[in-house]
Design a protein around this ligand. Sequence first.
Ligand code: NI
Length: 210
Amino acid sequence: MKKRFATTLLATLIATSAQAYQAGDFLLRAGPAGVLPTGDSDDTGLGAGTKVEAQDAWSLGITFTYMATDNIGVGVLAAWPFTHDIDGAGTISSVGTVGETKHLPPTVTVQYHFDSGSNLHPYVGAGLNYTYFFDEKTKGALAGESLSLDSSWGLAGEIGVDYDLQNDWLLGAQLFYIDIDTKAKVSGAAGNFDVEIDPWVVMFSVGKKF
Ligand code: NI
């Protein structure tokens, strides 16, 4: 019984025929997305070598692609807000978490979709990101100070792949690199300083073609 169920499930999941995307197709995907920062800040006003850095954050990502031609798509990355801890780094890496921020990083890319002749739909993309920070808080060693982070405009690159399932369902994986730089404004001695966030954004999704 279990075996028959598994066989039926497998048959349902595996598409019968490979079909390239076509102009007018609309692809919607949703799943876990991680924003994994690679950068840190310039020195804060607390002294040479005193830095902060944003930590990894996961949330619900939503992406869609509109195929303008059979190969060229316009992609949008949207998400539920990400919440990052901001930790001490450099000479103050021992202080732990000193702040927190939420952000939304909407990103628009132009994608080139390769026609692989199989159930796999690989693509590459490049475009523009806008990141809006909100609900900034201080804690730990900076508790009691105010914190605000400027919005960021930057370039974004992307690679991705969709895998066809039955009935226009698909599995997706996407990897973005996004240039996100902000200015932190902290009351008190820490003062104002630039912060490089420059994250990898990785997303795994289930989607559907309309
Ligand atoms: Ni940068």
